[in-house]
Design a protein around this ligand. Structure first.
Ligand code: HEM
Length: 401
């Protein structure tokens, strides 16, 4: 338990640290990687270069500090991050390393203003926050391990099949190398993939949504090849170009709190995606087609043009299985206008054709797309609890993108 004095100090200094947040976390990462270079095997170097992880970690530590006397209020946010941590293989012993370097960075940036009393209070608060994460993550490890064919950390998977889905998206069918089944997952969840790239000092980890309904034989991910110049593209380019059928990559157990809720099996549902955000939607649509084909479902997908649009045949095939399914393809620059329902960008007119205030909506895609869709859904009158979303990259406040 934290003393009232500690709570008061932490709450009163949180705003100061918030202002200096990005500066503090930049110093923190620089120093932490200098003394623990092995952590570069876990962190996404591209996010580091763009400062995105700095923002994510800073926001969370200060948000947690502001709510230090009512941490239960943060539990949904903690769980989302804990899913990511569990999928990355973060361990309890990593927390003191982060704590030491975070406090060191606060001292370095604030200088004399960071008195021993203030640093002491933050050390106590960090300990409490870290304890919450460690507990939630341990529960998640146990859950992942105790499922049928479940496992705790990463394990090797063989690329059984590689299928081109569009000019930029390729699917990888991944089977456990030990011949086991794959553990069950919820449609919408993701896995982490860890690869060793020749010539690179550190391993690289990326998360990819599972893009098919659960089956016990394989996981399927569908990866967009990013530009070779983009530091974030290093893993996707490696997967597309170097990883072949028969290659072995490491995979961790499915994770994530963005998934299809099948409790209301008759309720209207809309799966709304932009670009490669289509991947979790494929898993959801296949699941609806298999388990609740009577459920009214709209599949709305926006992409640049026909060449980069993936899964069109599969979606049309799944629509035939649904009693009340509607597909809507929006192409920004179609070569043939008759092959899409709308050309241009997603807008209120389009969305209100398929969605009303009762519809459970799932949204995934690049940040500007997500922002436009979420704002429009609110204008249409959807309550927040009907708008489920996930976007790729570190979770940042959508108002900042
Ligand atoms: C991701 C917060 C401890 C490693 C994140 C994210 C947040 C966060 C907000 C972004 C989540 C998302 O992308 O959805 C925190 C807080 C911590 C903590 C508040 C302490 C209380 C740790 C520790 C490690 C770690 C101890 C391991 C040394 C990572 C990694 C990512 C991540 C590798 C993925 C992003 C990337 O690769 O750049 N964390 N974290 N975190 N965290 Fe933590």
């Amino acid at each position: 338990m934290l003393s009232q004095k500690t709570i008061d100090i932490v709450k009163s200094t949180a705003p100061v640290l918030e202002v200096k947040g990005t500066e503090i976390t930049s110093v923190f990462y620089k120093n932490m990687f200098a003394s623990h270079p092995e952590l570069l095997d876990i962190f996404n170097h591209a996010n580091q270069k763009r400062g995105r992880q700095q923002t994510a970690l800073a926001n969370t530590v200060y948000a947690a500090a502001k709510h230090i006397d009512q941490l239960e209020a943060l539990l949904p946010a903690v769980k989302q991050i804990a899913h990511k941590h569990r999928s990355l293989g973060i361990k309890p012993e990593h927390y003191p390393i982060v704590g030491e370097h975070l406090l060191g960075a606060i001292k370095e940036v604030l200088g004399d203003a960071a008195t021993d009393e203030i640093i002491g209070a933050w050390a106590d608060a960090y300990g409490v926050i870290a304890g919450v994460f460690i507990d939630v993550e341990e529960q998640m490890y146990v859950e992942a391990e105790s499922k049928e064919a479940g496992f705790r950390d990463f394990k090797p998977f063989v690329v059984a099949k590689k299928v081109k889905e569009s000019d930029v998206i390729t699917s990888f069918y991944l089977k456990p190398q030990d011949g086991e089944k794959v553990p069950s997952y919820n449609p919408g969840q993701y896995i982490s993939v860890r690869v060793t790239i020749p010539g690179q000092k550190n391993t690289h980890i990326r998360q990819y949504s599972l893009s098919s309904a659960y089956n016990e034989e394989y996981f399927r991910i569908s990866v967009k090849k990013e530009a070779e110049m983009d530091p974030n593209g290093i893993v996707s380019v490696f997967l597309h170009e170097e990883v072949q059928e028969g290659s072995v990559i490491e995979v961790s157990a499915p994770a994530g709190d963005f998934f299809l809720n099948q409790e209301n099996r008759e309720g209207k549902v809309a799966l709304i995606s932009g670009g490669v955000g289509i991947t979790p939607m494929m898993s959801m649509l296949e699941t609806i087609a298999e388990e609740t084909p009577e459920r009214p479902a709209a599949f709305i997908h926006a992409s640049k043009n026909e060449n980069v649009q993936a899964f069109r045949k599969d979606i049309d095939g799944l629509m035939d299985k649904l009693e009340n399914g509607k597909a809507c393809y929006i192409l920004e620059n179609p070569a043939n206008v008759s092959l899409c329902h709308f050309s241009g960008y997603v807008n209120k007119e389009i969305l209100s054709t398929y969605v009303d205030s009762e519809t459970e909506c799932y949204v995934c895609g690049p940040a500007p797309f997500m922002k436009a869709v979420i704002m429009t859904l609110k204008e249409i009158g959807l309550p927040e609890d009907k708008i489920n979303f996930e976007f790729f990259g570190p979770a940042m406040d959508l108002s900042t993108v």
